[in-house]
Design a protein around this ligand. Sequence first.
Ligand code: PLP
Length: 363
Amino acid sequence: MLPWLDAVPANPSSVHRSGQRARAAVETARERLAAALGAAPGEIVFTSGATEADALALQGTLDARDDDRRGAMLISAVEHDAVRRAAMREADRGRPLVWLPPGPHGAPTPDLLAAHLDALETPAALVAVMHTNNETGAVADVPALADLAHAHGAAFLVDAVQAFGVAPLDVGALGADLVAVSAHKIGGPQGVGALWVRDAHPLTPQAVGGAQERGRRAGTSPVANLVGFGVAAEAAARDVPSRAARYAALRDRLEAAVTAVPGVAVNGAAPRGPKHLNVRVGGVDGDALRIALDAEGVEVSAGSACSAGSLEPSHVLIAMGVDADAARSSLRFSVGEGLDDAAVDAAGARFAAVVRRLRDAAF
Ligand SMILES: Cc1ncc(COP(=O)(O)O)c(C=O)c1O
């Protein structure tokens, strides 16, 4: 990225030589991301992140449908707010919205989707189910869900942000119409992401202006960010099984240490991605626990980082049937690059000590 940050940035849409060099760098990034996803470069729409990609997918698909807002949205209740809130806004404008509950492991199952599709009073327009949940790691059976959605004439959106780099992500095999990804979850820069749009899938652009991204998203391309995203995507697509196995071993080791503390239980169940560990911790205040862990150098979150500061318990855990108090005293650990067994063991030991201290102080 550095050469593109150092230089006076040229606009990749300009026809002069500097512009064309920038354009070539953007197109190389597009090819790298497309190769990582098993896609064609022309199917990639670069965005400012997965939030924008999710919103473009949802709103752009529904706007293109031209159905007077009669077709229903079936949205997984455990989606990231990027999808949930886009759907809620469209519902406020009059389109039917049905929340799809998760099965016991934490993601909607094909049976649940089939039952909800059959119960609809209006045609289905769009189904959205994320690949891997960002709070629990629960993995959905995307190909089966996509088949069901298509059989009912609905488009299928997959937020695959948490799966990229740790699960095989071949868009052909997923069977979806729209797949959202983000650079900063695979070691790339913040503020950049992409939407894969199946060739010929009708999509109404939301940002209009220039003809960038084949007219699907106007605005000057952030060259350095896209270069970083392309390189990160290429790296993320390499050695996925061994990365996933390495992360799973770290997560399982952490899980064993954390759940050895009495009164600690895992939220969610297999199939689960390798990065996440979500636990409820009995007998402690969740905020006090997170603050005390942070002071010990163990950085965890409650729910999603994006809703940090919200007093509401996690909508994901509530949808899974976890009661509000248990959801408030739940924590999310994630593992990633730079961690090893020793770091995980230290985190587990500090967790045990902090929980003991907080529980002692409560009496
Ligand atoms: C599952 C999921 N979807 C969407 C987003 C939003 O992505 P971005 O931060 O790139 O807008 C995140 C963010 O971390 C996420 O975890």
